[in-house]
Write a protein that binds this ligand. Structure first.
Ligand SMILES: Cc1cc2nc3c(=O)[nH]c(=O)nc-3n(C[C@H](O)[C@H](O)[C@H](O)COP(=O)(O)OP(=O)(O)OC[C@H]3O[C@@H](n4cnc5c(N)ncnc54)[C@H](O)[C@@H]3O)c2cc1C
Length: 324
């Protein structure tokens, strides 16, 4: 239980929060550190792609949060609801407030499943799968291993998303499985991306275009998934032509892997810590908040221009610890 004041308070005990807490502890045995994290389970999310591809089990990506937080760090098993940076306090969902000398904000991002009409009703059945949730990732492999032919769609929403490579990685794993089973030619595989190209970095886009060609994958850029009807196995995309005119296009599918739209968590968007787009607004080089010098942010929740990945978190943790 919290003693209501901590020298260092960390919001979120995911990849970023746990790493900052444990490295700070290694640097200083005495500093008073607390983490606010509601979940008993910690997931190694990069492993979700491998579960969806059938080479990992859920157990291999899951740890007890308690086993990852050093005993000398206070774990407040709760949600932060609001921030009062002028008073150096946060308020928890229970209504309790916790004060701090320094605050690190890293609650990840929010998956906006509701932005795709009909998705919630059909996700996890009718061959509609997604690696983006621990509840549905095992179903991805069920779909890939049981389907024998037809249209296989893989979608990507507008940026930013966490792990911009993940929507394609699962497509290549699926195509490889179909090839190994000798049934690749029985499929039409389509990559339907809301964005304008295969990847934001031209060097990688060039290499990926060879992979796409090798598997015979069709690319549909400027295609944003807006609705799914699981019963009729129809996906609806919004497309925008050169004149900015929007149109709806229906595509039938036999399986579809959905990457959901993503944004900053609502409680961050509504907080004084957010920029206009909703992300925790920090300086790119120091990860210090632009308005509140005793607040730092890292991981998927922040405004920094890097890719939202665990790889980025790994590089950000030493920066936060040094600047703190
Ligand atoms: C399918 C998939 C594949 C990926 N593949 C890769 C990959 O190959 N390589 C790579 O580098 N990255 C990959 N990633 C991305 C990587 O997992 C994230 O970028 C990374 O986990 C971000 O760390 P984080 O700590 O910012 O957020 P998270 O790890 O998501 O942790 C956020 C934590 O904050 C907690 N939280 C949320 N709200 C609150 C609140 N109100 N109060 C307190 N705590 C809260 C959550 O419970 C959670 O534990 C992948 C992700 C997915 C989903």
């Amino acid at each position: 239980m919290s003693n209501k004041h901590h020298t260092l308070l960390i919001v979120g005990g995911g990849a970023a929060g746990v790493s900052v807490a444990n490295t700070m502890r290694r640097q200083d045995a005495n500093i008073d550190i607390a983490i606010v994290e509601p979940s008993e389970k910690h997931y190694y999310q990069p492993g979700f792609t491998i579960i969806g591809g059938g080479a990992y089990t859920m157990k291999q990506t899951m740890r007890n949060e308690a086993d990852l937080i050093s005993d000398s760090i206070v774990w407040i098993k709760e949600y932060v609801q609001t921030f009062q940076p002028e008073q150096n306090t946060v308020t928890l969902r229970s209504g309790e407030t916790v004060s701090y000398d320094y605050l690190v904000v890293c609650p990840g991002l929010q998956l906006d499943w509701d932005k795709i009409k009909g998705l919630k009703e059909t996700l996890g059945k009718n061959n509609v799968c997604s690696n983006y949730s621990p509840e549905t990732v095992e179903y991805t492999w069920e779909c890939i291993k049981s389907i024998e032919s037809g249209n296989a769609l893989f979608t990507q929403p507008p940026m930013p998303i966490k792990c911009a490579g993940a929507p394609q990685k699962i497509m290549y794993l699926a195509a490889d499985r179909f090839r190994k089973k000798g049934i690749l030619d029985k499929f039409t595989i389509e990559f339907c991306n809301a964005g304008p190209g295969l990847f934001g970095i031209p060097f990688f886009a060039k290499a990926l275009s060879k992979v796409v060609a090798d598997y015979g994958i069709k690319t549909c850029f400027g295609h944003n998934l807006v609705a799914i009807d699981g019963e009729t196995k129809t996906a609806t995309f919004e497309t925008t032509d050169a004149d900015g005119k929007k149109q709806q296009v229906n595509k039938p599918f036999d399986m579809i892997h959905v990457t959901p739209p993503q944004s900053a968590p609502d409680f961050i968007k509504q907080s004084p810590l957010a920029n206009a787009a909703g992300w925790v607004e920090v300086h790119d080089k120091t990860l210090q908040h632009v308005k509140y010098p005793n607040i730092f942010g890292l991981g998927d929740a922040t405004s920094t221009p890097n890719a939202k990945t665990a790889a980025a978190v790994r590089k950000q943790v030493p920066v936060v610890n040094k600047c703190l």
